[in-house]
Design a protein around this ligand. Structure first.
Ligand SMILES: [Zn+2]
Ligand SMILES: [Zn+2]
Length: 215
């Protein structure tokens, strides 16, 4: 394997490792995540919704009174249905628009709190939006850095890439002494080889019988 290939696959493995770390440490809930969308933006969108409904209603009524034309002409006999249909269309358009705007706002805020370049990522999802709709968001959700979390020993915020806490030297990615795979601090037994964690490392004789598997 050439040096270049090795480097590329190395960075790919590092990327997969980060994705795994994220899955392990991040327990994201939709509504908690939604809260990072700025309040002002949410209220602006609500106001826009009411305004759009008001305008659609007024225009429809004005047309009906002056020209006899009404939205969805087949509902002419029951104008209330026409108004409801129009309100439904306005709501649908608003929902699609608001989904994208909130997603863009989320990417912007989320990238910032993950220490990523938020301007660049926001631009990327916006630029890819007309051509490929969700691809930009997909790339973002696959590529985003794991969230910083609190050191389990001293509580100081640590980056997900850190192996040791810079404040208290706590081992942030403890591995099973038997099979060398990564385990979580709270595991009592290794999920890969059932080795009892918290007991001293096995003798070198026992170790040599178990093939070391790399992460
Ligand atoms: Zn610490
Ligand atoms: Zn193990």
């Amino acid at each position: 394997m050439s040096d270049y290939q090795q480097k590329v696959s190395g960075s790919f493995n590092e990327r997969m490792r980060l994705i795994r770390l994220r899955r392990k440490k991040e327990n994201l809930r939709f509504w908690d995540e939604f809260r990072i969308v700025p309040r002002g933006l949410i209220w602006t969108m609500v106001a826009l919704f009411l305004l759009a409904q008001g305008i659609a209603f007024s225009v429809n009524q004005w047309q009906f009174n002056h020209t006899g034309e009404i939205f969805a002409p087949e509902l002419r006999d029951t104008p209330i249905l026409s108004y409801l249909a129009l309100a439904g269309v306005v709501t649908a358009v608003w929902l699609v628009m608001v989904t994208f705007i909130f997603l863009i706002a989320y990417v912007n805020r989320d990238a910032k709190r993950r220490g990523m370049n938020s301007t660049l990522w926001t631009l990327l999802v916006v630029v890819l939006l007309p051509a490929s709709t969700f691809i930009g968001f997909l790339i973002y959700f696959l590529m985003r850095e794991p969230l910083p979390y609190d050191c389990p020993q001293c509580g100081k915020a640590v980056g997900a890439r850190f192996n040791f806490c810079p404040n208290c030297k706590c081992n942030l990615h403890p591995s099973c002494p038997n099979c060398k795979r990564e385990v979580v601090e709270t595991d009592k037994f290794c999920p890969y080889c059932a080795y009892e964690l918290g007991t001293p490392a096995p003798s070198s004789a026992a170790l040599s019988t178990v093939p070391n598997s790399s992460l």
